[in-house]
Each structure stands twice: as structure tokens, then as C-alpha cells.
Design a protein around this ligand. Sequence first.
Ligand SMILES: NC(=O)c1ccc[n+]([C@@H]2O[C@H](COP(=O)([O-])OP(=O)(O)OC[C@H]3O[C@@H](n4cnc5c(N)ncnc54)[C@H](O)[C@@H]3O)[C@@H](O)[C@H]2O)c1
Length: 251
Amino acid sequence: MGRLTGKTAYITGGASGIGRSAAQLFAREGARLCVLDLSEDAGNVLVADIRRNGGDAVFAVADITSEDSVTAAFEKGHGAVGSTDILLNCAGGSSVRDGSIVDAPIEELWRVMQLDVLGTILACRAVIPAMVEKGGGSIVNMSSSVTMASVPGIDFYTAAKGAVSSLTRTLAAQHAASRIRVNALAPGVTMTERVLQISGGDVSRFPLSQKQRLGPALPEQVAAAALFLASDDAAMVTGVILPVDGGASSW
Ligand SMILES: NC(=O)c1ccc[n+]([C@@H]2O[C@H](COP(=O)([O-])OP(=O)(O)OC[C@H]3O[C@@H](n4cnc5c(N)ncnc54)[C@H](O)[C@@H]3O)[C@@H](O)[C@H]2O)c1
């Protein structure tokens, strides 16, 4: 029996990077899966691959920044795999347009606030009422180690992930009585295709990476931490922002 057998998991931004690794791991651990992503092609390829390996997964196209799109995607998922036991919010990410608040373009602030903050809020809104009704659930949000390790130069992203961390703690407190656990991961630099591309193939040039004494993370290592928080192994864990950053925020 897998660690998620009998559970239904929804993963936003599940078509690539950390979300894709988590989708593959959650499926191996027995979850019924709904992968939500803007990228239809990558999502369908992933779901076909999971099914070929004996997993149970569907793909629902979703723009996580649009309430109508999120509602439609969760409805599709409910019809196919059932209502949510686990929500992993992976859709998000910084971009090269970020920088110092003194000169980074304000449009980048709105982009990252919409994707990382509004997107997380809309997905949580879509699942919490059903989780209350079914007597519990586990939400895993995606913050970042930059909120803890004082890293300069990605100020809008840092502000957005700080909001995700704060939201995580307040939702955990508000919904504990309904047995809904809400936690977040705070990964350090993780070698996803997007990050390798932004770094020009050399993640060591990122200031955060230089603080990671265990080196940069692999997507699979962050997915393993997501599995722990999502599963009943973490039954007594809520309101936690868990660094997965090779020690970057610890010293
Ligand atoms: N990779 C890192 O170094 C790192 C470090 C700390 C935190 N994080 C966080 O982890 C999460 C995943 O990062 P990643 O590197 O795996 O990213 P990624 O770019 O590989 O994956 C993000 C996924 O989100 C999807 N997406 C983008 N916009 C969307 C939208 N509007 N609606 C729905 N889906 C959308 C993309 O299509 C993609 O599949 C992000 O929240 C990121 O901020 C990543």
C-alpha cells in the first residue's frame, strides 16, 4: 500500500518542474491525481506517462490566475477522480524581470502577485469548502527559502512568497478544527528546467545557491518533502514553513 492510497490529490503547475516530480511520486504512492496547468501539451504527456505506469491521473487545463478557469478545472477533476484530499500548489515562479524594488518593472510585481499569491488563494478557495464537508484534508503551498535567507535581487518574488507563507499560517490556524492541515515548502534553488534556463545552466551564480551547503536541490528532493507534508505521516504537522534548501536559511 502506498502512502497516498485512497487519497485524491490536485497539483497546480503539475506539468513541469517540482509539480511534475510530485505528480509522478504521488501517483507511485497510490494517489488518484488531477494535474492542473496552463500547459496542455506537457500536462497531457505527463498524465499519459503516469497511466502507462499504472497510475490514475487526469489533466485539467487551468489558468490559476482566473477564478472561472480554476473553478472549471476543479469541477472537471471532481467528476473524474473525486473531491480533494490533498492540494499541492506548485504554479508560480520568479522571472528574470525581477530585481530590486528600486528599478524592477512594476508589471513584474503584478505578474508574480497574480501567479503566486492570487493563484494560491484561488486554488485554496476551490478546495476548502469540500475539505470541510469531508472532514479534513492537506494543503501544501509553495513558498521559497528566499523569504528566510535574506537574498537580495528578487524583491517582488520574495514579497509574493512572504504572502504565501503568511497565508499558510493563518489558514492552518483557521481550519485546524476542520482537520485541514496547511503547510508550505520553502525550497532553495532547485534545478528545474525553468531555473536552469534562467541561470544559463549555472545555478551557482544565484546568491541563494551559494548559501546552500548541500548544493542545489533536485525537483525529486522537493517532491519528497511535499509527499511527507501531504501524507498522514505529517498528521500532527500544520502551519509549518519547511525549508528544503540545503541549510541556506539555517545559518
Ligand atoms: N525551482 C526553484 O528553484 C524554486 C525554488 C523555490 C520555490 N520554487 C517554487 O516552486 C514552484 C514550482 O517551481 P518550478 O521551478 O518547478 O517551476 P516550473 O516553471 O518548472 O513549473 C511551474 C508550472 O506552472 C505552470 N504555470 C505557470 N503559469 C500558470 C498559470 N497561470 N496557471 C496554471 N499553471 C501555470 C507552468 O506551465 C509550469 O508547468 C513555484 O511556485 C516556485 O516559485 C521553485
